[in-house]
Ligand binder design. Structure first.
Ligand code: RB5
Length: 153
């Protein structure tokens, strides 16, 4: 078994309220060898976070990215929008326990962070926890499979 850390293709996007943290995290990810597709926004002009959530969720759903990173003011709006694509499973986190748990238990494929909520050091730690955790399957796979029953009523 290899002790090398896994390298992921990561689709990343943010809105104007997340751009400073997002720039920092993209550099952090690339320095660790991950392939990051930067889907914007690229300046501080006010923009609409659902456009960027849709871009990342679409890339993950289509398989052009393994995982996604979304940053806005709180992470919340990004997650709400990204979760409109059922195969994506996006979670907002502001602690490392939850960052690992959304992979291990929920098979989340997109992590959402809030620039107005956490600093860059904690954001790095959350990303690290998310990227090194693995879905545990078993009863968790059964429960994730039940999401479609919620959608279908
Ligand atoms: C933008 O002001 C803010 O609403 C957005 O970044 C995000 O926090 C929404 O969930």
């Amino acid at each position: 078994m290899s002790s090398q850390p896994a390298i992921f293709r990561i689709a990343a996007a943010c809105d104007h309220a997340g751009i400073d943290l997002q720039k920092h995290l993209i550099g952090w990810l690339r320095a660790r060898g991950h392939q990051v597709e930067d889907l914007g926004t690229h300046d501080h002009a006010s923009c609409h976070y659902p456009d960027y959530a849709a871009a990342v969720a679409g890339a993950v759903a289509a398989g052009s990215a393994d995982l996604g990173l979304l940053v806005c003011g709180t992470g919340q709006g990004m997650a709400m929008a990204a979760n409109r694509l059922p195969s994506v499973r996006a979670g907002v986190v502001s602690d490392t326990f939850s960052a690992a748990a959304i992979r291990e238990h929920n098979d989340a494929r997109v992590i959402c962070l809030g620039q107005r909520v956490i600093g860059s050091g904690l954001a790095e730690a959350c990303l690290e926890a998310f990227l090194t955790a693995r879905f545990q399957g078993g009863r968790h796979a059964q429960r994730v499979g039940m999401f479609s029953e919620v959608q279908n009523g």
